[in-house]
Design a protein around this ligand. Structure first.
Ligand SMILES: Nc1ncnc2c1ncn2[C@@H]1O[C@H](COP(=O)(O)OP(=O)(O)OP(=O)(O)O)[C@@H](O)[C@H]1O
Length: 679
């Protein structure tokens, strides 16, 4: 595993590729937008000849596992086949996706294929956006959204079929959903309610494991892929995948004709933004090449920005999309012929013993790499350039380690408890998380007041506060901060801060203009810390009505501020629904820091005599991130939003707090921690 700032071990040189997989399959390209062309394109898909058998099998099975090559037509076609053949018996078919961009674009495509637009018979539902109608029958949704619905309706009574797409991704939500859907199916059977069918789909999954978990569900294999994809590996390991990706892009760019577009997989927002800038800079002096249209694509971009990458490329241009793994599964981007894969991904890594949840750049799994390859060759034959050797590919983990085995589980455990699953330790997980992780999550929720021990029993139950917390689609710590803010009279302010924390950085920090950006940000800084600085930015932004030139002049990322505003609106609605009084503390911001201290007490650190910070809970040495406004003047005690591990472990986005506030938040907890630190 490599840390975020650690370059690889090999030399930096121009990547040299050789072939690895032979090309195969048909060569024709069904482009075109008319309904007729779409019908023909549907019929050309490898899944088409198998449709009758497939429908008949699914009709008679309670659960099925469907495996088919990327691009064979699973996601877009099977829901339509099931609807046409009325296997759904008039009820809604839910099709879950691990990512919102996939849920939205696939719904739009399917609607188009059915001669309509999303929001009618075909709809989608993702966090902060519900585009469905009373007559919606095919509902594409993120797995997180279906999980939220299950809190109110654990038997998923509105649905006759749940299709769990891209099951290999194994996000926390997918894994919990597996158990929830399975329980709903069992319960409906036991109580004589209409059957709930489960269809699990992927191109790359551990079939036996899945089949066994879903009561030995039969595996249905779909033959063939529509277009061949040539895969090229580099001959030597690359020391700098970012550099290698740019060199590869420009090699393609100099040779390939306009309209043959490129998708590059990198790891995170900052890296992608910097790659986009470099591509634009480097392309400026190139003559005799098509013009470039360069788009970033990552989760923090607002939907309308993300959707832009799906537009047709302008004539005479080449589209280059630089994406994180959100472009890895399910989606089809018009025009993409080449994929450049760094082989790296940013993933959450949790250490239950140290209590740290870190974002790290790690090597992708083979399943992820195969999915990335599958993004080429969707409308015509394609080529995938892998910036790792064949030997490196073979050394990769076959499957992605389930997120549930490497993340903080507090949020999921809270959701399970809210669904009435009180014994989380015995929940039917496909892969059980470490008991220490579940216990750590339970302890955190008890300390936050979301759970309490039943009298005379070891069983934990949800408290009214926990129930309220579960209504927010947030980390429980921040849901708690919101609830506290109501009592401390600073809900307006806390909503603004939490909304900004829910999106990617609103501060533009390009390496070229770091100095100017730093100067522009100076006026927002606060001696109270970064959370108050974010509030100052939000207030200033509101004062100019979100004016884009103001954002530009102040090095603020307008699109992230815009998303934060949308998030805020939704969170505020939840507060209103919960009949919380929306109060404001005006300019007196101490109350805000008190709420943060009580909600984030497990993320506290104090300055020790040697000038270093120690976390209060785990006694680990940590430092203030250089981007923090508290970097120069070290306060005695802080709470932080997250830890990031690069060369050191850094606390990011912090606030100055009074140690007494922390003690008040959880006196028994700190007494226990101190005692165990001394012994
Ligand atoms: N938005 C779109 N625009 C153009 N073509 C599309 C679009 N969505 C799907 N297609 C076409 O339909 C094919 C099948 O896509 P679909 O998503 O159903 O495949 P899949 O088997 O689910 O693949 P994956 O496992 O990669 O998601 C694609 O290869 C592409 O040719």
């Amino acid at each position: 595993m490599k840390d975020a700032d650690e370059p690889g071990s090999a030399k930096k040189h121009k990547p040299n590729f050789h072939h690895s997989f032979p090309a195969h399959g048909s060569q024709s390209s069904p482009r075109g937008n008319t309904f007729d062309a779409l019908r023909k394109a549907k019929q050309a898909l490898p899944i088409f000849p198998a449709r009758r058998t497939l429908i008949n099998q699914i009709r008679r099975l309670a659960s099925a596992i469907v495996i088919g090559e990327t691009g064979s037509g699973k996601t877009t076609q099977i829901p339509q086949y099931l609807l046409e053949s009325e296997v759904n018996k008039g009820s809604i078919i839910a099709i879950t996706q691990p990512r919102r961009v996939a849920a939205i674009t696939v719904a739009q495509r399917v609607a188009q294929e059915m001669g309509s637009t999303a929001g009618g018979i075909v709809g989608y539902c993702v966090r902060f956006e519900d585009v469905t109608a009373p007559n919606t029958k095919l509902k594409f949704m993120t797995d997180g959204m279906l999980l939220r619905e299950a809190i109110l309706d654990p038997n998923l009574t509105r649905y006759s079929i749940v299709m769990l797409d891209e099951a290999h991704e194994r996000t926390i939500h997918t894994d919990v959903l597996f158990g929830v859907v399975k329980a709903a199916q069992r319960h409906r059977l036991k109580t004589g309610q209409p059957q709930l069918k489960i269809v699990v789909m992927s191109a790359t999954m551990d079939v036996d494991h899945f089949s066994k978990y879903f009561n030995n569900a039969p595996v249905l294999y779909l033959e063939g892929r529509q277009f061949p994809i040539q895969v090229m590996h580099v001959k030597e390991p690359q020391s700098d995948y970012l550099f290698a990706s740019l060199v590869t892009l420009f090699q393609i760019h100099k040779e390939a004709p306009a309209g043959e577009d490129v998708l590059i997989f990198l790891t995170g927002q900052e890296e992608i933004d910097s790659a986009v800038r470099s591509i634009l800079d480097l392309s400026r002096d190139l003559n005799d090449c098509p013009k470039l249209q360069v788009f970033p694509l990552y989760a923090a971009l607002p939907s309308h920005e993300q959707i832009k990458v799906f537009n047709k490329t302008l004539p005479g241009h080449r589209k280059v999309v630089v994406a994180t793994n959100i472009a890895e599964t399910s989606i089809t981007i018009h025009g993409i012929k080449y994929v450049i894969d760094s082989g790296m991904v940013k993933a959450k890594v949790y250490h239950p013993l140290s209590g740290l949840d870190l974002l790290k750049v790690v090597t992708a799994s083979r399943a992820q790499v195969l999915q990335r390859t599958g993004r080429a060759g969707r409308e015509a034959p394609g080529i995938c350039y892998r910036l790792f050797t064949e030997a490196q590919f073979k050394a990769m983990d076959v499957n992605t380690v389930p997120e549930i085995q490497r993340c903080n589980l507090a949020s999921v455990v809270l959701q399970l408890m809210a669904m009435g699953i009180s014994n989380v330790l015995s929940f039917d997980f496909m892969n059980k998380p470490a008991p220490e992780s579940i216990n750590a999550a339970l302890e955190e929720l008890v300390l936050l007041g979301a759970l309490e021990r039943q009298p005379d029993s070891e069983m934990l139950k949800l408290t009214p506060v926990g129930k309220q917390m579960a209504a927010f689609p947030l980390d429980p710590r921040f849901s708690k901060v919101i609830l506290l803010a109501k009592d401390f009279g600073c809900l307006e302010e806390v909503l603004s801060i939490v909304s900004i924390l829910s999106v990617d950085s609103v501060l533009l920090n390009s390496s070229k203009k770091r100095l100017q950006a730093g100067q522009a940000h100076e006026k927002f800084k606060s001696s109270e810390g970064d959370h108050i600085m974010l509030l100052n930015i939000y207030r200033a932004y509101k004062q100019v009505n979100g004016n884009k030139s103001w954002c530009y002049e102040n090095y603020i990322v307008a699109r992230n501020m815009n998303t934060a505003q949308q998030v805020r609106r939704q969170l505020r609605e939840i507060c209103v629904r919960q009949q919380m009084e929306i109060s404001s503390c005006g300019r007196e911001t101490t109350a805000i820091r008190r709420c943060l201290a009580v909600g984030l007490f497990m993320n506290a650190a104090e300055l020790s005599k040697d000038g270093e910070f120690m976390t209060l809970t785990t006694r680990k040495q940590v430092s203030i991130h250089p981007s923090s406004c508290l970097f120069q003047n070290k306060p005695a005690c802080v709470v932080y939003t997250e830890l990031v591990k690069t060369s050191k472990t850094y606390m990011r986005t912090l606030s100055v707090v009074d140690p007494d506030w922390l003690m008040e938040a959880a006196p028994a907890y700190f007494r226990r921690k101190r005692a165990s630190a001394i012994t």
